[in-house]
Design a protein around this ligand. Structure first.
Ligand code: PEP
Ligand code: MG
Length: 974
């Protein structure tokens, strides 16, 4: 009983080494703000007068409370380093694609498109630098920049022949956010800006459609009221609903001009009531207020949360793009859509996207109407379709990557609104990278650099076992691949709460449609199911980015968030019940379905061979069992870098013998127990060597403190109480238990991680090392005799002084040579090396290398000892440290380059001073962390060793490290 319990606990440890690891968020290569102050292209500085003391209160601040949290208030600058606005349009542009820091992704993309002759509605981008000044300046824009707005508007006016505020021929604009890194839907936008009681007539005249004009005015007042003036969306929606009810109308589209006029009046009176001011009629006032609101939206709670999740610095700020409005809702010759130049879910080279005729952009992405597949546009508007294909093809060639584009057709004229690198699943990313190399669009090295190593993890996600029978209860759109089973929850908060509860299983978030407020719930869920929306809906795009499976637009499913139930036909599924979703097929299944690991073949295999051709670092796996070793080989491991032998001691039939060994009173007693352990260990090693035939296998001698193998004292005390007093062997049993209690007390240590563990065990009890060496060498010799190439490496842990290694090496050599002599095997070699885990070992590595054939850095213990952070307790404060910026990263996850890394460097250099060919590796958790792998490559290590599932990640990270070094050398040579 006791042993089983103990075993369970320890088995868990086998899977997860002692260092607590945290999943690393996707890394962005964001530069600190100080670097951004020197953008790639410089133009003459613009003098800006900034008042040193500005009243904190501003009319437009309604929605800005608690806004300036992350954009720091530094000393107020009085000069801009760059021009504040960059114009684009008419086949020209002030900026280009290189100015992402300054113009944001959207602004830089529009500038570049305009430069290469893609039709975009003209406009200009106000830089992120202005945004930062706005925050530094207590949420106020210096006057000079306001003046600049008018000059830029005049340029648009000249180009399009309309005028901002002109009652006869009004120019209307959109005001959009756009940061350096894409933050889809997280910040705000205002459309139809420039409408007022005068220009509305001009718009009606120009379009010949009065209803259209009033509908846009209604949308504008509503959007402005919400985004700029901070009035709750519901307040406006209620007015619309009430009017529809009064007029017995179901659809918004049935509202007539008088209804819209009525609604607009009501909207304006709410605004007056809530803000104390009339709705602004002056287009320039509207423009300035909208611009500031978009700047403020950089710091709205969902944007902050998105940045945290995606590791985007909080002080970059957003750019604002002001652009001529074009309308996709001007009748059936108009429309709007979004698309990708290749399928972002599978990577297939097919035009992929959706559109709606007579609709505005939001209608497609919001999932309110289910859009048509883009192929249908070929029938409905063949000329426009052809033009769209050709323009997007040109964009893909130009950027040499998949493009995610937005377009609007206004009266049969096609405008591209946006293009950016398409987010894709990792499956798609691999296929696209491999295809593009074959199409000679990119090089192999570029292909390798395009995939974030950690993303490969998604390829290892399970899929449904096709051998299992299951009943599909509904089918939606396959929006993001993979499969997951879990308990359903209907709100983001409920999903987060359920997923973080103690002992929680996976969670599926079920929504009618998701919106940016659901981001936390989506992050907590294993999968997402929505009843509305297409493949480019918010749910689909965000799930793909997160690598979560998603079934979207499952229209037969009725999601009742209030009643917390999902209804499919007559079937009602309540909160907490389990469903399974298959994001690769769109299937929804009742109950849980077993899953299987994916095959790593095809594009994946090809891509990985390119990584292998380039990388210098070898990649091994930390594996303790033959099952792990098989997995490791499948994932491309080139050996085992660490086999923790203690994990073999916890098996049910062995633990009692191990306990006997620990409790032994004499060497003879201990030897007796060890003799019985020997066959088990030998069998394990034989299997392990067999699986890894031809590759090195590093086996570490016993490492943990012995008390870890003994049961809990309380359990023994309880067992003593329960021994039957009339049992014939009562005395004997009591004695045995009491001895155990005594020994537990004797072995108890105040600080076991620095106590009697590692090589210290083998030094005090050499018989333990002897038994382990015997098991290793006998197993290896027997297989060698059977003509297998076995390469054992015996590794001594926790050495701090050369004499410790000398002592253990003598034991290893004595036993190993005796067996080799006895078995008379030929062509057999073994090596004896050590872990470098103690700072002293790194500092005296030149001495230690005299006794070692190889070094392997145990960076888990090394981090613990170098930083003085207990591996078992640091979790209590490290999260706080990282959050507060005291440490950039958790040092147990990613190597602390300046401290622990320095020890690694010293250890390697000193070791190689003694033995220039000394093989050096790393087997701590850092061996699977891309950033640490890059560091290991720089230091000149021979290999990294990590858990089997991280082997592909390490192979790619190692290749990227080599490529980066090559690029840096080339840069230096230039
Ligand atoms: C280490 O300390 O880095 C190591 C690999 O050993 P363990 O985690 O087993 O202490
Ligand atoms: Mg260790």
């Amino acid at each position: 009983m006791v042993a089983t319990k103990k075993k369970k606990k320890k088995t868990k440890k086998t899977a997860k080494p002692r260092a607590k690891t945290k999943k690393k968020p996707a890394k962005k290569t964001a530069k600190p703000v100080s670097m951004l102050r020197k953008p790639e292209k410089k133009s003459s500085p613009v003098r800006v007068q900034v008042k040193s003391k500005i009243k904190a209160k501003s009319k437009t601040k309604t929605k800005s409370t608690a806004q300036s949290k992350t954009v720091s208030k530094k000393k107020v600058r009085t000069t801009l380093e760059n021009q504040p606005c960059f114009f684009f349009g008419g086949g020209k542009a002030d900026g280009d694609a290189t100015l992402r820091d300054l113009l944001g992704g959207k602004g830089a993309g529009l500038a570049e498109m305009s430069r290469i002759g893609i039709p975009v509605p003209p406009g200009f981008t106000i830089t992120t630098e202005v945004c930062r000044i706005y925050y530094e300046n207590n949420l106020e824009i210096p006057k000079d920049i306001d003046a600049e707005l008018e000059k830029q508007m005049a340029k648009i006016e000249t180009l399009v022949g309309a005028k901002f505020g002109d009652p006869d021929n009004p120019l209307l604009v959109s005001v959009r956010s756009g940061a350096k890194f894409s933050m889809p839907g997280m910040m705000d936008t205002v459309l139809n800006l420039g409408l007022n009681k005068d220009t509305i007539t001009g718009l009606a005249k120009k379009t010949g459609d009065e209803r259209f004009a009033y509908d846009n005015y209604r949308r504008f007042v509503q959007m402005f009221g919400n985004v700029v003036l901070g009035i709750d969306k519901d307040k406006f929606e209620k007015i619309i609903e009430q009017r529809k009810k009064d007029r017995k109308i179901k659809q918004d589209s049935s509202l007539q001009v008088e209804d819209l006029n009525f609604i607009i009046r009501k909207f304006k009176s709410i605004i007056k009531r809530k803000t104390g001011e009339s709705f602004p009629d002056d287009p320039y006032v509207q423009l300035r207020m909208a611009r500031d609101a978009v700047f403020r939206s950089w710091n709205n709670p969902r944007a902050i949360s998105y940045r945290k999740l995606n590791d985007i610095p909080g002080d970059l700020g957003t750019a604002v793009t002001v652009q001529m409005m074009v309308y996709g809702n001007m009748g059936n010759n108009s429309g709007t859509g979004v698309g990708f130049t290749r399928n972002p879910a599978s990577g297939e080279k097919e035009f992929y996207g959706e559109y709606l005729l007579n609709a505005q952009g939001e209608d497609v992405v919001a999932g309110i109407r289910t859009p048509q597949p883009i192929s249908q546009l070929a029938d409905e508007m063949p000329v426009v379709f052809k033009q769209l294909k050709s323009l997007t093809g040109k964009l893909e060639k130009h950027y040499r990557d998949v493009q995610d584009f937005e377009f609007t057709i206004q009266d049969s004229n096609l405008y591209m609104l946006q293009t950016r690198t398409g987010k894709r699943t990792v499956q798609a990313a691999l296929k696209i990278a491999v295809d593009m190399v074959k199409e000679k669009l990119i090089t192999k090295e570029e292909a390798l650099m395009r995939i974030e190593p950690a993303q490969l993890d998604q390829l290892l996600h399970p899929r449904l076992d096709s051998g299992t029978e299951y009943e599909v209860i509904a089918t939606g759109l396959p929006a993001s691949p993979g499969a997951a089973s879990g308990a359903i929850y209907f709100t983001s908060e409920a999903a987060v709460k359920a997923a973080s509860a103690k002992g929680a299983g996976p969670v599926i978030l079920v929504r009618q449609e998701t919106n940016p407020d659901d981001i936390e719930g989506m992050n907590a869920a294993a999968g997402i199911l929505t009843s509305r929306g297409g493949r480019t809906s918010h749910a689909a795009v965000v799930a793909r980015g997160m690598g979560k499976c998603c079934v979207a637009g499952c229209e037969v499913a009725r999601v009742n968030e209030a009643k917390k139930q999902l209804q499919i036909g007559k079937l009602i599924i309540k909160e907490k019940e389990i469903i399974t979703i298959n994001g690769s097929t769109g299937e929804v299944i009742l109950g849980s379905v077993p899953t299987i690991d994916p095959e790593l073949s095809g594009e994946f295999a090809e891509f990985m061979t390119w990584a292998d051709e380039i990388r210098k670092l070898k990649v091994r796996a930390n594996a303790d069992t033959p099952v792990d070793a098989i997995k490791a080989r499948k994932f491309g491991a080139e050996g085992i870098g660490l086999c923790r032998t203690e994990h073999m001691f916890f098996a049910e039939e062995r633990l009692p013998i191990v306990q006997e060994m620990i409790l032994a009173d004499s060497v003879e007693e201990r030897q007796d127990a060890l003799d019985r352990l020997l066959p088990f260990q030998k069998k394990d090693f034989k299997k392990l060597f067999d699986v890894m035939e031809g590759l090195p296998v590093t086996i570490r001698t016993l490492d943990p403190p012995l008390h870890e193998f003994l049961p809990d004292k309380k359990v023994i005390e309880k067992e003593i109480e329960e021994i039957d007093k009339f049992d014939e062997e009562y005395e004997e049993k009591i004695d045995k238990k009491k001895k155990m209690l005594r020994r537990i007390d004797e072995l108890k240590e105040i600080n076991p991680m620095l106590g009697h563990r590692g090589c210290r065990l083998g030094i005090v009890y050499p018989e333990i090392t002897e038994m382990q060496v015997r098991a290793i060498i006998e197993a290896a010799c027997e297989l060698t005799k059977a003509k297998k190439k076995i390469i054992p490496e015996i590794m001594i842990p926790l050495v701090g002084h050369v004499n410790e290694l000398k002592n253990q090496k003598e034991v290893v050599r004595r036993i190993a040579d005796e067996i080799i002599k006895k078995t008379r095997v030929k062509d057999f070699e073994y090596h004896v090396g050590t872990m470098i885990e103690i700072p002293r070992a790194a500092l005296t590595a030149d001495e230690i290398a005299q006794e070692a054939d190889f070094f392997s850095f145990g960076t888990n213990d090394m981090t613990q000892m170098a930083m003085g952070f207990s591996r078992d307790d640091a979790g209590k404060f490290l999260g706080y440290y990282v959050e507060k910026g005291i440490l950039q990263k958790d040092p147990f996850v990613s190597i602390d380059r300046n401290g622990v890394g320095r020890l690694l460097q010293i250890g390697t250099e000193k070791g190689r001073m003694t033995k220039p060919d000394l093989k050096v590796g790393i087997c701590g958790e850092h061996g699977g962390d891309p950033d640490s792998i890059e560091f290991c490559d720089m230091v000149g290590l021979d290999y990294v060793s990590c858990s089997p599932f991280r082997v592909p990640i390490a192979r790619l990270a190692a290749a990227q490290a080599t490529i980066k070094q090559k690029q840096q050398t080339a840069e230096r040579d230039k």
